[in-house]
Structures are given as structure tokens and as C-alpha cells.
Write a protein that binds this ligand. Structure first.
Ligand code: S3P
Length: 169
């Protein structure tokens, strides 16, 4: 059976959805952030402040390459996997890719309380709102391009999104 890959911006609900789907479908869940954190031996925030984003992207790409040939997994991918076309070509080899979408307003609201989240350092030097807004807008077309299906966690509950994904599968 093909993997299910969830892509989408941070704060859209990929982790919650993937955990729920993993239980419902009895399929193993892999989070690329969790694997990258293990490989890095420290939080993403610490790793990025010591080694920079380019090095994090390199580790993330290694984790994704290591998933080649896998099947039947639910893959919860980091929001930035779409930045590297090779990631997407590997992820797309044996997968159904679903874009987990939410409005910018909701993403800002959901992330606001977690500005210092150890797994989500800001991507630029800008302030929180500018960083999230600019990257959200820049990445929207990328998620859209790579996904075969979309679920929207602003307009639908997690329960509804899970049901929609089950139907897709
Ligand atoms: C990132 C999103 C994070 C994590 C890292 C980079 C991004 O994953 O991979 O902080 O580039 O937007 P989530 O989307 O799971 O928060």
C-alpha cells in the first residue's frame, strides 16, 4: 500500500491529523521532524542556531531519502520539505500526497502561543508575524503544486479531515 504524506505549513495540524490517522488506520506514523531531531541530537531550534538552516535542510533531506522504498506509512513532513524538489520527488515515488491547509489567520493564532517552540525557529531575522506571513504566502503555490488532494483544518474539524483522507485512500 502507498504511503500517505501530509505536507503543509507549520501550525496547520499535520501532526494531530497524522497521529489520529495512524490510530484509526493502524498504520505506522513517521514524523520527519522527529527523525531529524534524533539525527541532530538536539532540538531543531538549537541545531539551527548552531549550524544554520542549510544544514538542517541537509539532514531533513537525508531523513527523507532514507524513507525511499517504504510503504504503508503515514508521513508527517516538516513544513519546509517543499523547499527541496528532490525531497518531493522521493516522497512522491510511492505516496499519496495530501496538503493540510489552514488560513493564515488561523496559523498565526495557533503559533502565537508557541513563538519560542524549540522545533519551530523562525525562518528569517524578521519579527514573528512578518516571518510567518511571508513564508506562508511564498510556500502556498508549492504545497498546491505537489499535493494531489487538500484538506482544510480552518473550515473542517480534525474528525472531518480524517474522514476525508480515509475516503481518498
Ligand atoms: C519548518 C517547519 C517545522 C520544522 C522546522 C522547519 C519550516 O515543521 O521542520 O522548524 O520550514 O516551516 P512543522 O511544519 O511540523 O512545524
Amino acid at each position: 500500500m502507498k504511503n500517505l504524506v501530509l505536507i503543509g505549513f507549520r501550525g496547520t495540524g499535520k501532526s494531530t491529523l497524522s497521529q489520529e490517522l495512524s490510530q484509526r488506520l493502524r498504520r505506522k506514523r513517521i514524523s520527519t521532524d522527529e527523525v531529524a531531531t534524533e539525527r541532530a541530537g538536539m532540538s531543531i531550534s538549537d541545531f539551527v542556531s548552531q549550524h544554520g538552516w542549510a544544514e538542517f535542510r541537509r539532514i531533513e533531506a537525508e531523513c527523507i531519502a532514507a524513507l525511499r522504498g517504504s510503504e504503508n506509512l503515514i508521513i508527517d513532513s516538516g513544513g519546509g520539505v517543499v523547499e527541496n524538489p528532490e525531497n518531493m520527488s522521493f516522497l512522491g515515488e510511492n505516496s499519496v500526497i495530501v496538503w493540510v491547509h489552514a488560513s493564515l489567520e488561523d496559523v498565526l493564532k495557533r503559533l502565537m502561543g508557541n513563538v519560542h517552540d524549540a522545533q519551530r525557529p523562525l525562518l528569517s531575522q524578521g519579527d514573528f508575524r512578518t516571518d510567518i506571513t511571508e513564508n506562508y504566502i511564498r510556500r502556498e503555490p508549492m504545497y498546491k503544486r505537489y499535493a494531489a488532494f487538500t484538506v482544510n483544518t480552518s473550515t473542517h474539524t480534525i474528525e472531518e479531515c480524517c474522514a476525508a483522507i480515509e475516503k481518498i485512500l
